[in-house]
Write a new protein. Sequence first.
Length: 149
Amino acid sequence: MDKLDLKIINALNENARRSFRDISRKLKLSLTTVANRIKKLENEGIILGYIPLINLDYIGYNLLVIIGIRIAHGKLMEVERKISKNPHVYEIYDTTGDWDAIIIARFKGRDELNKFIKGVLAVEHVERTMTYLVLNVVKDEKRAMLSYK
């Protein structure tokens, strides 16, 4: 990957629906160069896909939570795989520190959250959870701009 690839990726991050022609104009490149570079980035697994960014608050999922989970030794992946199947779960991370895993999840209300937490606690090998309710999102950057050093 070079500076040109990063410029193309950043242009796609601004708007993934932007046409190759628009990108070529913006970056002052030939249409063929842009198309070939994007195909190469896709084939190499650098660009994994294109998805819409959804305003989850607008469709009612306005309860965002971060949940720390302590899991019995040696059972991390098994428990994470089971929990990841729940449609409320958006992200799961293996972490260092007090919690073995961190879950990011969205709910329409407290009842859904309550049911989810009780379900997680019922999963074999889950020892403990700690739930943090997000009061305000200061930054949620889905379109990270990349720089080349």
